[in-house]
Every structure is written in structure tokens, then in C-alpha cells.
Design a protein around this ligand. Sequence first.
Ligand code: HPA
Ligand code: ZN
Length: 333
Amino acid sequence: MTYLSATNSAKIELHLHLEGGAPPAFIRGLAQEKQVDIGGIFDTHGNYKYTDFWDFLRVYEAATQVLQTPQDFHRLTLAVLEESAKSGVIYTEAFLSPDFCGGRDVGAWREYLHAIREAADIAEKIMGITLRGIVTPIRHFGPDKARETAICAAETAGDWIVGLGIGGDEKSGHLSDFAWSFDCAREAGLRLTAHAGEWGGPDSVRSAIQDLKVERIGHGVRAIEDLALVDEIAEKGVVLEVCPGSNVALGLYPSIRKHPINELYKRGVRITVSTDDPPFFHTTMQKEYAALHDAFDWDEAFFDQLAKASLDAAFCDADTKARLHKTLEQAHA
Ligand code: HPA
Ligand code: ZN
């Protein structure tokens, strides 16, 4: 295999925060247009500036202050998908937050969603990338707001809003505090994922599986600290949305080589690869692939199989999956 062919291959991404994909220049431009003061969130090179995960969350929320209308999210969606498509991504699931889209009001949320979907339709036509949405309660905003968010999700559940997945500060409260929201989403037919096992240890992953009954975990990599749990995850077929570059950028692991993704894979866990918040972490799907190739010698055949397995773990409907599997086959022929 050549290094280039693997990094250029067709990719499936399952863990991307829409606002977290905003190029810093895009946020700066909107701030200027709207005369919004978002504080000193950029470094001298114009990149996002933060010191750790919790400071990252602060900067992230400051950046969202310029995203004020459905039209802003339309533009954001196009800007984010353009970057993903450049990396060879043909399907992505993005976390969308009713908190930032009309303050969890269902009527307002529908308007934001309409604008995001219009942008996604344009991107699909001109860039060949398909987007689906996972509604995201923000953990540190608390269980009450999460309930309102889950109601937004349930009201708009369908072939485009396909899941619910909690994000935010993993150290805030307990995952079981959010069981009502997850039950509500499940009853509306949504598929479930939760951030766990990044800043929380193995117990947080257990709680996501037992208390929220998720079928995928955002990150989940710290399951490696408990091999009985790794076996359980492998046996149950729970999928990990692994974001190696994010974990290294935030200091969870010192390098990709020291990251447990390959070990988890070898132990039979269903792994996928995503970027999380690419400009914040100076990454792209292409960079993730290149780094994994360098660290673990994953080759073209491995990446082709990874894309197929990731699509199998996607929350979209069967027809969309079948169409995209064909695209993958053609791209990898
Ligand atoms: N992790 C958790 N919550 C988030 C993130 C993230 O990377 N991005 C936005 N909210
Ligand atoms: Zn995330």
C-alpha cells in the first residue's frame, strides 16, 4: 500500500461536533460581521487557544455565540462539510445541539434543523458527502435541559435525525441522571450513544451501557484500564467512536503510538475513527489515517475494512447504508 492511497480512501465518520468543526476563520468572520465580542479565544496564529479540556469547552461555547440564526448554521454546515469532503469523507454523523439552535425551543429547533438540512442537501449534490444528525444534550447544562433537548430530538426523529448522544463535561453529574432523556429518545426510535471513558474511567463506560443502554460510546478508550470490560464491550458488539487525535491534543495520551486504539481492536472491540472537533485539535480525517498508518502500520486493506465496519455502525436507515456501501465498494475497487 502507499501512504497516499490509504489517506485518500473513502471514509466514514461517526463522531463530529458540528460547531466543533467550525474553522476559526469562519468564527472570526461571523464575529466581525455581527460585531460580537467573543473574547481572546484565538492564538497569534489565529487558531483556537485553550489549556485543557475544560478550557476547550469554554472556548467552544464562546465561539458558538456568533452562531445566532438558522442561516448561520446553514453556512456553518457547508463550511464543515467542505473540510470533511476534502478528506475523503462520504458520510458523517454530526452532533447537533438544540442548546445552540434556538435554546431548546422545539419550534425554533425545527427552523435551525431545516437550514442545516438544506445545507446538507447542497453538500450532498456538489461534494458527494451525506450528513445525518445526532441530537446532543450538553451534560454540564444538567438533566433538566437535557430533557428539553431529548424532546427536541424525539419531535424531529426520523430518517435525518437518527440519534441522541450526550456530550460536554464528563465529570459533571452522573450518566444515570440522564436516563429519562435516553428513554425518551429510544421510545421515539432514535439510536443512542454517549461520551464516556474519555475523562471518566471504565465505570463511566459501564454506566453508559447499563444506565443509558447505548449501542455506541463516544471515545470509550479508557475501557482499556479494565480488561473484563473490554471483553464485555467486544462480546456485546458495542461500538467505540474513537478520536485518537483529539485524545492526544487534549493530553489523554502522549502520542498516537501510546493510544489504546490498536489494542482495543486486537481484543475484538468494534472501533471506528473520527476527528471530534477537527480545527480545535489540528486534525482532519486524512491526518488521523496518516497518523494511524505511521503508528500501527494499518494498511489500505485495513482502512477499507474500517470504513465498511464504520458504515455498519452508522445510525442511518438501511437504504442509505446500502447506497453508501456501494460507493465504498466502487471507491475501494
Ligand atoms: N467532547 C465532549 N463534549 C464536547 C466536545 C468533545 O470533544 N466537543 C463539543 N462538546
Ligand atoms: Zn466528542
